[in-house]
Design a protein around this ligand. Structure first.
Ligand code: FAD
Ligand code: N01
Length: 531
């Protein structure tokens, strides 16, 4: 059996893993990245479904750590497509010569903390065993696909594709009868594109979506020049926003209830035309006040009724839950797609799916014949990829046991009982509630600085205390309870995975979180034991 030793092992070569490797190298610390895919990119390697695209503006969804990189790279559109982001991440890997320290096509199956040597022993699917003092999980918040527990999958005569495991060579939908299950961000992006190609598209909807038009367009050269003239200043202002992004239009600091009806409609319309996250910045209380939230919902409801010609279909597409309660969805012609004669919407609350059949799919009310089925059913978010690995800390305690009632940790970075193990954008940190590029950079820099500090001060290990964890978990719950995010069925709290404990996992509010992380360091790594 091979056995290699490193200072640090990083699992995952997406945005997080690549920057982590770069940063450690700059500090002279040796690291090995283990990645199960055949190349870099993470999310942008796996999610190759038609229409896959970011909904964070390109000038914000990019690394800020290298001035030349951010000045030189040119994004053609307002929102980058999956192929563009993948090309960018491959460029980063090549530009900084990161590939020699990455093992591709290798999956980490287990990691055990050896208390005697204070090392992590990591086993991979090729039978290798590696050891490192520090283990950094850059495994992604949205990387473990959710395969719905629908019977008969193996019996289907055609192919079934999950959006997060789409074939690299693409799929030819021309002339095909296609069934799509799921109407989250992935489904909403894929459905209009598939509808244009397929002979017939049937969409199986469990929850309707409050989708806002993305209003994607070619990059505006004047805006690009303006931002690039002071990129550092732009990034710094971004980091002061609760979601670490500005969408080129700052939120209005006024309540929806504080303006007259006509003015309210004007502002909603202006923001709808701007598109994307800007809509939720129409007023400062849409996401926290039920009355203001209802006003925004009413505006979007009217838009759906206006766009969708068949009133019954329009009603089926209108959600009942509060707007912005699920992760916001942005679209390019989603509601318009239901005006096409080759598209059928099936509400599976009224007619639940019973099984996948050899010919297609059966609901309680009808049988459907398909050539291709697409699962746009999302992810076992935030904890899925971590818990898939058999992680064992002090005394053989497994992370699965520790998190049996939901994830607990300190700062979203470390779990008591698991010394020297860090999670990038782990549960309990702002992660998926932010522009993740920014959240990732902040976490990577904090972890790299921490390891460097330990090296400089001759400390072998760092471990969060139980007291710090308890206080942190209480804090995350308290902040989450002040929002409307806990009011519906969403993956932020594991509702999409049968049997997953219902815990609100990310922490709302990026700037106060950064302040806290900085204060912890300033106070000598308060809440951690260094030894
Ligand atoms: P990932 O990109 O998920 O990378 C994790 C890597 O770890 C993967 O390559 C995976 O193969 C590897 N891995 C996992 N487990 C193992 C294992 N056991 N062994 C070896 N390797 C392993 N965020 C935004 O901020 N804005 C957006 O607009 C946006 N759009 C998105 C669109 C889609 C379709 C999806 C799915 C996500 C989107 N996100 C967006 C979130 C996105 O996941 C993050 O922005 C970011 O790409 C995460 O990077 P990461 O490196 O942390 O994780
Ligand atoms: O996954 P989702 P996603 N039977 O969980 C349904 C990011 N992202 O891949 O809502 C039938 O949102 C499920 O129904 P319900 C972004 O953070 C960003 O679309 O649980 N249906 C839902 O309709 C996003 O939030 C972009 O009732 C089932 C759908 O499948 C996250 O990734 C693009 C089912 C899953 O929606 C996940 O998005 C893509 C079942 N058993 C992704 N199980 C951008 O545009 C689930 N569903 C930036």
């Amino acid at each position: 059996m091979k056995s290699e030793k490193f200072d640090v092992i990083i699992v995952g070569a997406g945005v997080s893993g690549l920057y982590m490797l770069y940063r450690l190298r700059e500090l002279g610390i040796s690291a090995r990245v283990i990645e199960m895919a055949s190349d870099v990119g993470g999310t942008w390697y796996w999610n190759r479904y038609p229409g896959a695209r970011c909904d964070t503006n390109t000038l914000e969804y990019s690394y800020s750590f290298d001035e030349e990189l951010q000045q030189e790279w040119e994004w053609p559109e307002r929102y980058p497509s999956q192929p563009e982001i993948l090309a960018y991440l491959k460029h980063v890997a090549d530009r900084f010569d990161l590939r020699p320290d990455i093992s591709f096509n290798t999956r980490v199956d287990a990691a055990t903390f050896d208390e005697a040597s204070s090392h992590w022993r990591v086993s991979t699917d090729d039978g290798a065993e590696l050891a490192a003092r520090f283990l950094i999980m850059a495994t992604g918040c949205l990387s473990e696909p959710n395969l719905p527990p629908i019977g008969g999958m193996d019996s289907f005569r055609g192919p079934i594709y999950h959006t997060a495991r789409f074939p690299h060579e693409g799929v030819d939908f021309r002339g095909k009868r296609v069934g799509v299950i799921g109407t989250g961000s992935s489904g909403v992006q894929a459905i209009p594109v598939i509808a244009e190609q397929a002979a017939q598209l049937t969409v199986f909807q469990r929850s309707p979506q409050w989708s806002i038009p993305a209003q994607n367009r070619p990059a505006d050269p004047e805006l690009v020049a303006e931002i690039k003239a002071d990129y550092a200043g732009f990034r710094a202002r971004n980091r002061l926003q609760p979601g670490a992004q500005m969408s080129h239009m700052l939120p209005n600091d006024i309540s929806a209830k504080a303006v007259a009806e006509e003015e309210r409609q004007r502002i909603f319309e202006e923001r709808w035309q701007e598109g994307g996250f800007a809509f939720y910045g129409s007023f400062n209380d849409i996401t926290v006040d039920l009355e203001s939230n209802a006003m925004a919902a009413e505006f979007v409801r009217a838009k759906i009724r206006q766009i969708v010609k068949d009133p019954a279909v329009a009603e089926a597409l209108i959600p009942e839950y509060t707007i912005h309660c699920k992760r916001p969805v942005m679209d390019s012609g989603y509601f318009e797609t239901y005006n096409r004669s080759n598209v059928l919407l099936v509400d599976i609350n009224a007619a639940p799916i019973e099984a996948i059949t050899p010919a297609g799919l059966r609901t309680r009310e009808a049988d459907y014949d398909f050539d291709i089925i697409v699962l746009a059913t999302g992810f076992d978010a935030m904890t899925g990829a971590l818990l898939k690995i058999d992680i064992r800390g002090r005394g053989g305690l497994t992370l699965r046991e520790k998190w049996a009632d939901g994830p607990v940790n300190y700062l979203g970075l470390q779990v008591p009982g698991f010394p020297n193990l860090f999670t990038i954008t782990g549960p309990g940190s702002p992660s998926v509630l932010t522009n993740m590029m920014v959240a990732i950079e902040q976490h990577v820099e904090w972890v790299a600085d921490c390891i460097s500090y330990l090296e400089e001060h001759g400390q072998a290990s760092i471990e969060a205390t139980e007291e710090a964890q308890e206080a942190w978990v209480a804090h995350v719950n308290e902040v989450a309870d002040q929002t409307l995010w806990t009011a519906c069925h969403n993956w932020y709290q594991g509702d999409n995975i049968p049997g997953k404990p219902r815990v609100f996992m990310p922490l709302p509010g990026f700037p106060p979180y950064v302040e806290k992380c900085d204060a912890v360091v300033a106070n000598g790594y308060e809440g951690f034991v260094l030894s």
